[in-house]
Design a protein around this ligand. Structure first.
Ligand code: ADP
Length: 451
């Protein structure tokens, strides 16, 4: 039985886990860096332990300090949230060795699915379509060029250990390939301490559609439908929604079945996400799996009426899934805007700093997941997301109108945020018509620049 959970994270996701544990009657231990002492999850958790200085490499990424805190706090489980150590197979393994439940799949599954080449191989073996590309890691340029010629340009060179859009380069011809190949390797080495890369066909103007999976340790696996995360800037998601207005019943069924098949093939346990690209003809390709809770899990929760974080903890607690695929139906339309401390007018430069005043919107169909409050100082050491605003409606149109209304109520004084940009998007006719591919943001930003 899980009595007490250590939350190895910060910000809104740490708060999300504190809240889920509180509702489940489970005690929480927050770990925090020196600059996060006044943060909301630290204040709201039952206990808190400081694990080091502000830099993530000295605190939230320090597995040994987190495990010492776990020992000291006598916890039974660790929730890793997203980012930081959430997809670190070695950390999950250390938890297993210490007999502390890592709230997520086994270290073996994390290791297999965290390597994008291995994940592609696993998908191909399970009969799930992958983007045409190299079957293995590519070590020399010549080999890469040969594959690029076979699949045809444009191609995308991607980091095997990739994440957050880093180490990804597009090449439109063989001359560009040589340059981009080396750049991708250097970027990957720098970001992940692992310079290995692979090559995929570059799908032109795809939609990014991902399926949420829920799996217990008894082999029961269901999917909770899709999220459309096509609205991205530099491969980073900005606004997500569920369901996707691009999928019809048939395609949803096919993709959902593929997602379940792959989750079963890798003996998945917990919540997870299978990411796909869908081209304009409705052909879908698996690109990667995230073996953790995702930022945008909220839209699935709202559209489906299911608490994913609670289920994640219950599954880790050894409970059997009581939901069957036939129980799952999409009830509402939900949209999430990521509110970032960034200045869209200055190339989205991060704007950490003091929040003089903050007022979060409410009312019917509005949810705000945020750790920020008036007089809070956003530290410069971590990512720039300061909250998530989720609007839910009977229809997509109602969700958009509600989101626009709530964005107008949201007040954050003292720093620049992406709120004004999100407002403009909510009024943009192509967005309202659902014409969103991964190219949307680039054209939208060019359009508003010209106005
Ligand atoms: P990361 O793990 O770094 O987030 P992903 O593999 O999940 O990388 O891809 C992130 C985004 O990059 C996708 O949502 C999509 O916009 C773009 N992308 C990735 N692979 C391709 C591809 N083969 N063709 C076109 N776009 C791609």
């Amino acid at each position: 039985m899980i009595r007490k959970v250590l939350i190895a994270n910060r910000g809104e996701i740490a708060l999300r886990v504190v809240r889920a544990c509180r509702e489940l009657g489970i005690k929480t231990l927050a770990v925090y860096s020196e600059v996060d002492e006044q943060s909301l999850p630290v204040q709201l958790a039952d206990e808190a332990i400081c694990i080091g200085p502000a830099q993530a490499s000295q605190s939230y990424l320090k597995a040994d300090r987190i495990l010492s805190a776990a020992e000291l706090g006598d916890v039974d489980a660790i929730h890793p949230g997203y980012g930081f150590l959430s997809e670190n197979a070695t950390f999950a393994e250390q938890c297993e060795l210490c007999k502390i439940k890592f709230i997520g799949p086994s270290s073996e599954t994390i290791r297999a699915m965290g390597d994008k080449v291995l994940a592609r191989q696993m998908a191909a073996k399970a009969g799930v379509p992958t983007v045409p590309g190299s079957p293995d890691t590519i070590t020399d340029e010549k080999q890469g060029l040969k594959i690029a010629e076979t699949i045809g340009y444009p191609v995308i060179i991607k980091a095997t250990a990739g994440g957050g859009g880093k180490g990804m380069r597009i090449a439109h011809n063989s001359v560009a390939f040589s340059k981009e190949f080396r750049t991708a390797q250097v970027e990957a080495e720098k970001a992940f301490n692992n310079g290995s890369v692979y090559v995929e066909k570059y799908i032109e103007e795809p939609r990014h559609i991902e399926f949420q999976i829920l799996a217990d340790k008894y082999g029961n696996v269901i999917h909770l439908g899709e999220r459309d995360c096509s609205l991205q800037r530099r491969y980073q998601k900005l606004i997500e929604e569920a369901p996707s207005c691009f999928l019809d019943v048939k395609l949803r069924k096919q993709m959902g079945e593929a997602a379940v098949k792959l989750a079963k093939a890798c003996h998945y346990e917990g919540v997870g996400t299978l990411e796909f690209l869908v081209d304009k003809y409705g052909k879908f390709y698996f690109i990667e799996m995230n073996t953790r809770i995702q930022v945008e899990h909220t839209v699935t929760e709202e559209a489906m009426g299911i608490d994913l974080v609670k289920w994640q903890i219950r599954i880790a607690n050894g409970e059997q899934l009581t939901l069957r695929q036939s129980d799952i139906s999409c009830k509402y339309h939900a949209i999430e805007c990521r509110i970032n401390a960034e200045d869209p007018e200055k190339s989205f430069m991060p704007c950490p700093g003091h929040v003089d005043f903050c007022y979060t919107p409410g009312g019917k169909g509005i949810r705000v997941d945020s750790h920020v409050y008036s007089d809070y100082s956003i530290p410069p050491y971590y990512d720039s997301m300061i909250g998530k605003l989720i609007a839910t409606g009977e229809t997509r149109e109602e969700a958009i109108d509600r989101m626009y209304r709530a964005l107008n109520e949201y007040i954050v004084h003292g720093i620049k945020t992406t709120i004004p940009l999100c407002k403009q998007i909510m009024l943009d006719p192509p967005y309202r018509e659902g014409k969103i591919t991964t190219k949307y943001m680039e054209t939208f930003l060019n359009r508003i620049k010209k106005q």
